[in-house]
Design a protein around this ligand. Sequence first.
Ligand SMILES: *Cc1c(COP(=O)(O)O)cnc(C)c1O
Length: 371
Amino acid sequence: MIALFDAYPRLAQALPHVALATLPSPVQRAEAFGRAIGVDAIYIKRDDAYAPQYGGNKVRKLEFLLGRALADEARTVLTFGAAGSNHALATALYAREVGLHPVALLVPQHNSRSVQRNLLRHIPLQTELLPFETGGQIALGTAKAFYRHARKDGRFPQVIPPGGSSPTGLVGFVNAAFELRQQIDAGLLPAPARVYAASGTMGTVVGLLLGFAAAGLDSTVVAVRVTWEKFTSMAKARRLFHTTNFLLREADPSFPLLDFPEDRFVLRDEFFGDDYGLWTPAGLEAMALAKELLNLKLEGTYTGKALAALVADARARQLASGPALFWNTYNSVDFAPAIAGLDYHALPAPLHPYFETPVQPLERDEAKGTV
Ligand SMILES: *Cc1c(COP(=O)(O)O)cnc(C)c1O
């Protein structure tokens, strides 16, 4: 079910789409969790388990990105991420599912068990993994991979930007906003005053912001920055908002031309910590609360930090204005069976250190139960 197409049927003709997730994703009221942080109405949007193989926010974007790649008759998709990128994994997994060859250029990140698991998951997918150091080499590596596959396939690979956050990818989250609107209209939850989500490449938060404006919802989007400003900034938010709006209007001229809703978008910097992929004590505490009171496994790179913002605002009595919604962008489908018994030596050698060195200190403490 694509709620956006219900509202704008011409978009269904103009925008190629491939169904990967079971939509709508559920919403859930978090009563015990709300009580623990002193708030009455907290809801969770469960994008974590809405696709049988692998959930998380990238699936919504890939429905449109891979739809586009298939319509363009691409054979290869080429994308980017950190070594343990959820985006690179989701792209590889669903590219295979629709018959495309996945290539991922990976840059280093802090180690964690989820990095190890995600890397192992690429082995049976036979993702073409190209590890690089951050910097100039990656541009050259991209160009080389691009032309190598162009020659092999007889056509250009489809390039999917980091996080899948192109205007085409964002349409998945514009749709998510219309989906939430339908769930509100159906009485499944009240209209949230604030919606919290992690912001990596901004596709999630800006797609929602645009979708809320178009769907007539006045919820404030609280974007919790978890990466460097090159990837998450106000300038980028405005750019993505308008380019995605143009794409939708071009596809269906009855889609409104919207102003960037300055007063409904809040970018939060104080939960980032010291680096992308480096856990924080506040994030770790939020993860523990989620595990205990919601039976939800989050992680320290994105969702722990985003939920920490909601928890801090609740404790500072900032959530009195109405219900708050936490958008769970992480996968919770257990893929342990798919990686059982796999040997990391099947991965390119530059990735082996993730399996030969310890995970980051906060994750070690968590495993020992000392936090
Ligand atoms: C990629 C990712 C995000 C960030 O989403 P963007 O749309 O890139 O901002 C948030 N949470 C998780 C778990 C992710 O994998």
